[in-house]
Design a protein around this ligand. Structure first.
Ligand code: TRP
Ligand code: ZN
Length: 475
């Protein structure tokens, strides 16, 4: 959808509480007392991953390799029964650690199959295992939980997470909604594989990321087992539920497509979804091979959501998308999903790239040239919202999805293309996707890569387009 439509969010301030971290004290005390303490206490994992925009998103002290989520959702009562089994590794000697989880009732927590103490503190589920975990220790966390999931309201006023609909739920976790439906290390710095076992009333369909491994109906309920084997950030997980028409196919490249479409959106969605294979093929030519084996679309009827999300392998749309939106969410599979952020501040690496993909698609399919789109935007007067803040430094979580990030972020890429030429520009995009595939990338890494591939000094260009306040002077 267009940046302006993405921006319809109402404003509301969210107050994030920060807990005092006294993590280093026990270690310091142990050191003062001399080495031999046999019951060395270890340290507590930090309550956040260190992101200034969302200080409590993610956690310190461990990484999650795999999530195994078993969920049963009653669409009539909106009751969720969940069990999450996380396979993790301690990155420090760990006496205690947090998971992100908001709302819901936790019924039991075990660590390595042994009951662990836990308490809730805002969005933190604080877990104290019976024994301190050695640094490097591989361990298993199991959490039983239940309740009525509620979405979170983001700093920009939009809602994300588990959003109930009239026939199920629209599930999209950017930037912080994963914690509304499963206990997670919910920051894109931590990427993991996932299994989803989703049980819903017979007649409803539950759609997650990756591949559908099995589907079984018994006693009036259907269980869907989905698996995403590639590393995925928690915000890109979905378990969207509704009454859906399902279409499956395989592209000539062997990508398996699974589309789930709300019947109320089916006639408008059909002509756009028909183009998904050709959009993926076109993007693969431009950006390098599609990063996944599965693809598709979840087209819900969720009139009060107001956005689509690039959920990994299978974006979720609040209504039948237009072609530009399909191109946008598909481009995110390379830029945002396969190559992930390490900090929300770098959001232009997702949205500027996906928006520029829309411009390129138009240019190569009989629409406006990217230059024409750039020129029309550049004509916006200095007081326009487009110039309200620089895309490389949005300043706060409430600016993540604003026009400067989407449109001026794309303008920055267009300026780069103009400065280095088409050949080097597309080599830069392909190298970015290839070198950071299934991993992470920062703005500094991108600008270094652009200079390396092009052989040009580009710091002035990036400084102007990414970091300078107000409308850049291009003369
Ligand atoms: N990343 C989404 C996209 O560009 C948009 C999005 C996700 C969003 N969550 C949001 C927009 C919350 C506004 C508010 O496709
Ligand atoms: Zn986007």
């Amino acid at each position: 959808m267009t940046p302006s439509r993405r921006q319809t969010a109402r404003r509301r301030t969210t107050v994030l509480r920060r807990r005092a971290v006294l993590a280093t004290v026990p270690v310091a005390v142990a050191a003062l007392l001399g080495a031999a303490a046999p019951t060395a206490p270890g340290t507590a994992g930090a309550p956040g991953a260190g992101d200034p925009y969302f200080p409590l998103s993610g956690n310190g002290g461990y990484h999650v390799g795999h999530y195994d989520l078993t969920l049963r959702y009653d669409t009539a009562t909106r009751h969720l029964d969940g069990r999450a089994v996380l396979t993790a590794r301690a990155t420090q000697r760990l006496s205690r650690f947090d998971l992100d989880l908001t709302g819901l009732k936790v019924t039991a927590v075990t660590v390595d199959r042994t009951p662990a103490a836990f308490r809730r503190d805002g969005q933190e589920l604080v877990v104290t295992p019976r024994r301190t975990l050695p640094a490097g220790h591989a361990f298993e966390i199991a959490v039983g939980y239940q309740g009525t999931p509620q979405p979170v309201t983001d700093p920009d006023g939009s809602r994300d997470g588990w959003i109930p609909t009239d026939d199920g739920a629209f599930v999209a976790g950017e930037p912080q909604g994963a914690m509304t439906w499963f206990p997670a290390n919910a920051h894109p710095r931590d990427k993991s594989s996932y299994d989803f076992t989703l049980t819903v009333p017979q007649g409803r369909t539950a759609v997650a990321n990756g591949e559908l491994l099995s589907q079984r109906t018994a006693h009036g309920r259907t269980t869907f087992h989905w698996r995403e084997p590639r590393p995925m950030a928690a915000y890109l997980a979905t378990a969207t539920i509704g009454t859906f028409q399902v279409q499956r196919s395989t592209t000539p490249d062997g990508i398996r497509i699974y589309n789930a479409v709300d019947p109320r959106e089916a006639s408008s969605a059909a002509p756009v979804l028909k183009k998904l294979p050709s959009v993926l093929a076109w993007e693969s030519k431009l950006f390098g091979p599609y990063p996944y084996r599965s693809a598709g679309a979840i087209v819900d009827h969720a009139p009060d959501v107001g956005y689509a999300l690039e959920t990994q392998t299978r974006p979720v749309y609040d209504a039948a998308p237009d072609l530009a939106t399909l191109v946008h969410e598909s481009a995110h599979q390379w830029f945002g999903d396969s190559v992930s952020l390490t900090a929300w501040k770098d959001i232009w690496l997702n949205e500027g790239f996906a928006t520029y993909a829309e411009w390129l698609y138009a240019e190569q399919h009989g629409g406006d040239s990217a230059q024409k789109t750039f020129d029309a935007l550049y004509a916006s007067p200095a007081g326009d919202a487009l110039w309200a803040y620089p895309p490389g430094d949005p300043g706060s979580g409430k600016n993540l999805f604003g026009t400067p990030v989407y449109a001026r972020g794309a303008m920055a890429l267009h300026e780069l293309r103009g400065a280095v030429g088409d050949g080097p520009f597309f080599r830069i995009l392909r190298a970015w996707a290839a070198e950071h595939r299934d991993g992470h990338g920062t703005t500094a890494q991108f600008t270094r890569l652009a200079q390396r591939v092009s052989g040009k000094r580009l710091d002035g260009l990036f400084h102007t387009w990414l970091y300078t306040k107000g409308k850049p002077n291009t003369a």
